[in-house]
Design a protein around this ligand. Structure first.
Ligand code: AQP
Length: 329
């Protein structure tokens, strides 16, 4: 049975449609297929690489976990936990950093992009981020990792690191994790960049319907469609990508046709998208509200998940220390 590991950072103002349509919804499908052991983390230690406020951080961690549950991750079928509750992640990251080649690390495009984005505060953690991500996966001997295109390079790095470790210590201790590619990429409401918590171009999953509509109404579409009379190009329009993810296929074909012929305008298209999104978001919000009414329940799920993960991580670290000649005292 494959072991799936993945996580999201508790950054920005909450998980957004990109996180949901691009990853979280597929996590739920993978869990519901019943074919895998699945572990999902709120990767709070990763989030420390960006600017953050320690006062509001615990709430963000909690909200991320709550959104996982509201989106349909069933804690009776998978393990949910907070990364920093399992200290072995940072321990293993150090040991892996002693086998991970600098050359490979310095080629990571995400570091180049993020260090441009956070010019004022480029820290070493941002550079060694892929080592911590490798540790996250290898600690649980993860074999399948759902990843978007932007994370493929990091997963390659995790595979290489597993190989280097196994070779250096003469043991097949870590399996090489394979990618489970997630192909959908949602652009932000600016119509330009990837929808990202740190870019302020998001529609949050727990936004109320009027806030979703307000953001959709202002969203950029095909820049060539300057007036209602000019036909649009769905293939360059971000709203159409979202329609493809949430609107029934026959309706998507109609929208494609009617946008090109200018039979509908961007306003019509946005209204239809809002309706389709609400079909997904209404139950999600209701579940989130029900969970908020019993905060102890989310804590209990995370505590149980943390205990399970510490057990697995403890076993792996005993093997790692023994292979590395670090005696247990
Ligand atoms: N716009 C997106 N379209 C499709 N998939 C997306 N993901 C994120 N944005 C999109 C997927 O969500 C998972 C977890 O992401 P993360 O929170 O760990 O970090 P991220 O990818 O860096 O997400 P953000 O929102 O862009 O965060 P910031 O701005 O803080 O860096 C991943 O599987 C990712 O592919």
């Amino acid at each position: 049975m494959a072991t799936i590991f993945s996580g999201m950072q508790p950054t920005g103002s909450g998980l957004h449609l990109g996180n949901y349509l691009g990853a979280l919804r597929q996590w739920v499908q993978l869990v519901e297929s019943g074919q895998h052991r699945a572990i999902f983390a709120v990767v709070d230690a990763h989030a420390l690489t960006a600017d953050y406020d320690p006062k509001t951080f615990p709430q963000k961690v909690y909200d991320t976990a709550l959104t996982y549950l509201a989106a349909g991750l069933d804690p009776s079928k998978c393990t949910l936990f907070v990364q920093s509750d399992v200290k072995e992640h940072t321990e293993l990251a150090w040991y892996l950093s002693c086998v991970a080649p600098m050359g490979e690390l310095s080629r990571m495009t995400q570091f180049k992009e993020k260090s441009e984005q956070y010019k004022q505060s480029v820290n070493a953690g941002l550079f060694t981020y892929p080592i911590l991500m490798a540790a996250d996966i290898l600690l649980y001997k993860g074999t399948l990792v759902p990843v978007g295109a932007d994370q493929i390079q990091h997963l390659e790095f995790a595979r290489d690191t597993a190989r280097h470790f196994n070779k250096r210590y003469g043991k097949e201790l870590f399996p090489e994790p394979a990618p489970h590619p997630l192909r959908l990429r949602i652009k932000g409401i600016d119509g330009a960049e990837k929808m990202s918590k740190s870019r302020g171009n998001t529609i949050e999953l727990l936004d109320p319907p009027n806030a979703v509509w307000k953001k959709l109404r202002g969203a950029f579409t095909d820049p060539q469609r300057a007036t209602r009379e000019i036909g649009g190009r769905p293939e360059v329009c971000n709203l159409f990508t979202m329609h493809q993810a949430v609107t029934p296929e026959a309706k998507v074909a109609e929208i494609d046709r009617d946008c090109r012929s200018a039979a509908i305008g961007c306003g019509d298209c946005k209204k239809m998208l809002h309706e389709s999104l609400e079909v997904e978001l209404v139950p999600l919000r209701a579940k989130a509200e029900a969970l908020r009414a019993q905060p102890a329940r989310v804590d209990e799920i995370l505590r149980d998940g943390g205990a399970t993960c510490r057990r697995i991580a403890g076993d792996t670290m005993r093997e790692v220390r023994s292979a590395m000649g670090l005696a247990a005292r």
